[in-house]
Ligand binder design. Structure first.
Ligand SMILES: *Cc1c(COP(=O)(O)O)cnc(C)c1O
Length: 360
């Protein structure tokens, strides 16, 4: 038996999730966002499952290269665009599209002469204040880009939401209004929504939705899981029990002695830890499954091991499968116990973990 923790990726879930996102998107096209190694699920594997996406969204040219090397001919959008003038030639060679968000990138493009025109997504800042041009500059920038020989004049206008996962917050409405006002007289396609925008803001469908989390079954909506919206978790993280020990009442478990046994009890030790990407911030009480039985993390998560309260899993023994998250125990719940979001957990699974696939 292998002791390594295993992340099993459910290919059918990935495919079904894309189909479901498409349905919600209506007539809008779907960009499958596969940055950060497809939110930790594996770039090439997920791109295969998302083969009929209208485009892929990546964070780097290197990821675009990996997708082209794997044979994908879909449109590919580099979400932060070129960093240096030399990136432009590489983007042309690989037929990657560039999000343009900063004057430094305009200067690079303006210095270009010939070559196949680059497809450009013009990113406008409607309130996020991370990447993007001030909205009021939209008409002038649009005209300037369209005058450049190095740029394809069919420019997509885009923006990014601050808190679209809060469905009753007015910030998103304001952002939509700002975007619409600034781009009212401009031709071209529009793209506003991420996953939460797709779920909660039908007025922001535009021509393209950019969907990441939901394709992996993940949601960042307050207190709701991807499964609550009909999306299927695409990763199961599991390992085995490597020890079961009887520990006396009043004894403490693990580093820092943060958890005290309230009675004589069995404590399981599972072969996974923060070295595998299971969060050290997971508090005592974070649920796990031992076989099919509910159990909970107790004491501190260490690098290679976690300790587990087995009082509700009386038949547990060494070798039993311990599931850290998956369809029966969603990663959103674990994230809540670890003060983070599901995305960070799936992105954080480390190279030590063995990846497997199921489904076709
Ligand atoms: C990551 C990202 C997305 C996808 O966000 P999700 O919440 O995962 O759907 C969309 N647009 C941009 C610009 C992004 O960086």
């Amino acid at each position: 038996m292998s002791r390594s923790a295993t992340a099993t990726i459910h290919l059918n879930a990935l495919r079904d999730n894309l189909a479901r996102a498409r349905k919600l998107a209506g007539s809008a096209k779907v960009m499958a966002v596969v940055k950060a190694d497809a939110y930790g699920h594996g770039l090439e594997r997920c791109a295969r499952a998302f083969g009929d996406a209208d485009a892929f969204g990546v964070a780097s040219i290197a990821d675009g290269l990996r997708l082209r090397a794997a044979g994908h001919r879909n449109r590919i959008v580099v979400l932060s665009g070129p960093d240096a003038a030399s990136d432009l030639a590489e983007m042309r060679r690989l037929q990657l599209e560039a999000v343009i968000h900063h004057p430094s990138q305009l200067a690079m493009l303006e210095a270009e002469r010939a070559g196949t025109p680059l497809k450009v997504w013009l990113k406008l800042d409607t309130g996020m204040h991370r990447l993007g041009f001030p909205v009021r500059q939209a008409p002038a920038l649009h005209a300037r880009l369209r005058a450049m020989p190095a740029v394809d004049p069919a420019i997509v206008l885009m923006t990014h939401f601050v808190s679209s996962e809060a469905f009753d917050d007015t910030t998103t409405e304001q952002q939509i209004a700002r975007f619409e006002q600034a781009t009212r007289d401009l031709p071209g396609e529009r793209s506003l929504s991420n996953s939460a925008g797709l779920l909660g803001w039908p007025a922001a469908r535009g021509d393209w939705v950019r969907v990441g989390g939901l394709l992996y079954g993940l949601s960042v909506a307050d207190g709701r899981t991807g499964a609550d919206f009909g999306f299927a978790p695409a990763m199961t993280l599991a390992t085995h029990l490597v020890a079961v020990n009887r520990i006396a009442r009043g004894e403490h478990i693990g580093y820092g002695a943060t958890w005290e046994c309230p009675e004589d009890m069995d404590v399981g030790v599972a072969a996974i830890g923060y070295g595998d990407g299971y969060p050290r911030s997971a508090r005592s009480g974070t649920p796990v499954l031992v076989g099919d039985a509910p159990a909970a993390v107790i004491g501190r998560v260490s690098m290679d091991l976690v300790t587990v309260d087995l009082r509700r899993a009386p038949d547990a023994s060494v070798g039993d499968v311990v599931t850290l998250w998956g369809p029966r125990l969603t990663v959103e719940v674990i994230a809540q116990h670890a003060n983070t979001i599901s995305y960070e957990l799936t992105c954080g699974v480390t190279r030590r973990v063995l990846f497997a696939e199921d489904g076709v």
